[in-house]
Design a binder for this molecule. Sequence first.
Ligand SMILES: Nc1ncnc2c1ncn2[C@@H]1O[C@H](COP(=O)(O)OP(=O)(O)OP(=O)(O)O)[C@@H](O)[C@H]1O
Ligand SMILES: [Mg+2]
Length: 314
Amino acid sequence: MYVDEELLQTFENGLNPAYPEQSGIRPAILGYGEISTTFSIPAMPDLAFKRMPPFESLDQITDYKAAVNRYCGLLTEEFGIQVADYDFYHMKNRYGEHILYVAQARLPEASIGHRILKSGSRSELEQLMNATLEPLMRLYKFNRENTKKISIGLDGQLSNWSFQCSGENRTTLIYFDITTPMFRMDGRDLLDTEIFLKSCPSFLVWLVRWQFLTEVLDRYHDVRMILVDLVGNFLKEGRDDLIEHALHIINDRLESEKLASEMNPLNRSEIDAYYKNDAFIWTVFLSLRRFDRFLKTRILRQRYNFMLPGKIQR
Ligand SMILES: Nc1ncnc2c1ncn2[C@@H]1O[C@H](COP(=O)(O)OP(=O)(O)OP(=O)(O)O)[C@@H](O)[C@H]1O
Ligand SMILES: [Mg+2]
């Protein structure tokens, strides 16, 4: 992977995270997650960039990079998950902050799960679900047996996978949501989760600690919850009509893997209840972050260091 580091440094120094369109080099937004933003830069169109919240020290960056590397290694070795090529670029910006970019191979937009889902047929849904269930079933067994005293988490949402065609069908998966490496040894997160707190205003620390560090990180270690979350997001993509079918596919799979008794089949009402709660929390979180941005940039006339999503359709 070739990254023009000098250009990236120029990009960083001219970046206006609060209003990215006012930056020296304008990024093109590829997608918004709940926490971070992925974008491309015109001079390097084959790459996707993720800018991490500022780190406090070089040591913190070294630890973070080691956690991501270890996590990606585990995903591949233990579950055969292909992870998108990536590399790290660390720099000090003109404010003296330690900034880390994760660069990734840019995957075709039309291959990304939620794009396919948006206008997908039932048979495409089957391909996506079957391909995703493969590694998720392995993850379930791995965490259940936990022989290495490691528990691994994964955000299985369709928006985190690129589905590549082999022949007629989309069966080859590439996972790319790697910036929150979720794994635990003896119950302890190996990622220093406090780095996420540094990036939020003090009046939001309680919400992030409660929702993100406890609820969200726990959720992604529990394959049943990963599946509820995956299907819940069909509502965000406006594909309520495919939920029943997705649940059938999942429940059939639990049956055939002889996991139905220990995992309990999924049902529609829990998907709706889950989504309602999840959408509410993230809407509140985003509104409060926007309010913080407004305070910092308009009232206090300070610099704001994060790129926030625009309006999210729910
Ligand atoms: N390598 C890539 N190539 C093309 N598009 C990408 C790539 N990585 C991310 N995207 C787009 O950006 C969206 C968000 O990226 P990603 O899932 O990696 O982070 P995230 O969901 O923001 O993570 P988090 O919510 O944990 O911060 C993806 O759904 C996708 O549309
Ligand atoms: Mg994601």
